[in-house]
Design a binder for this molecule. Structure first.
Ligand code: C5P
Length: 217
């Protein structure tokens, strides 16, 4: 991409899943692979941004030239994002942050017994929503993976989290969502427009999302 429309901008991207520990060997997580977040980080870098990539565990190579901040849990992701937030112009929340974590972490490996086991869960911080409370002049972008009422839920989410753009993703469609190299999304803006996009490679979608962000500069 020859355009350096992100020159001078600092872009933080969250990517990948989080892991919420149950005991030293077990955790709760989700199917996110980090492909979308890493594609956004690479594209922003190519367009001249300084990029901070705060990522949960993935098998993806670290894009050369980004400041890479590896994290494990949602709470750790939130703390690290906060460390960098002040100097950010744009935050894109592409991570699939676990909404809940086990209320208790067991220092010892849980033993199996004959009866069922109940693990109590407690809420994790909603990272984007917390950033939205302290938005300043920053541009905040979120993703929403939905299985029903895609647009209505997405618009609701955009306003609740005080976002500028929301990328809504119907994860029931083939070729969309976790683990695929393509995505089929609708981009919703605070201004009220709704743009359905055809299925495309996550790398191309990353540039479409950045086009929409750069219109807001
Ligand atoms: O509310 P929901 O989880 O569907 O919102 C998804 C968006 O919010 C994504 O952009 C995700 O990265 C972000 N999020 C977050 N912290 C959470 C949950 C979601 O930043 N605890």
């Amino acid at each position: 991409n020859p355009r350096l429309d992100f020159a001078g901008k600092t872009v933080l991207v969250t990517s990948g899943p989080t892991r919420e520990a149950i005991d030293p060997v077990r955790f709760i997580s989700n199917r996110s692979t980090g492909k979308m977040g890493h594609a956004l980080a690479r594209a922003a870098l190519a367009r001249g941004a300084k990029v901070i990539l705060v990522s949960g565990p993935t098998d993806l190579p670290v894009p050369l030239g980004v400041e890479y901040v590896p994290v494990t849990s949602a709470e750790e992701m939130y703390r690290r994002v906060r460390d960098y937030y002040r100097d950010c112009d744009v935050v894109i929340g592409a991570a699939a942050v676990a909404d809940y974590r086990p209320r208790q972490f067991s220092q010892q490996k849980l033993k199996k017994g004959d009866s069922d086991l109940v693990i109590e869960l407690t809420r994790n911080p909603d990272i984007l929503a917390e950033l939205g409370k302290d938005k300043g002049n920053r541009i905040l972008v979120g993703f929403a993976a939905e299985t029903q009422d895609l647009i209505a839920n997405a618009v609701d989410k955009m306003h609740k989290k005080n976002l500028d753009l929301l990328v809504a993703n119907d994860v029931t469609l083939e070729g969309a969502g976790f683990g695929t190299d393509t995505n089929i999304v609708t981009i919703i803006s605070r201004q009220g427009d709704t743009t359905p996009l055809p299925g495309m490679a996550k790398s191309d979608l990353a540039n479409v999302i950045l086009d929409r962000i750069s219109e807001l500069f």
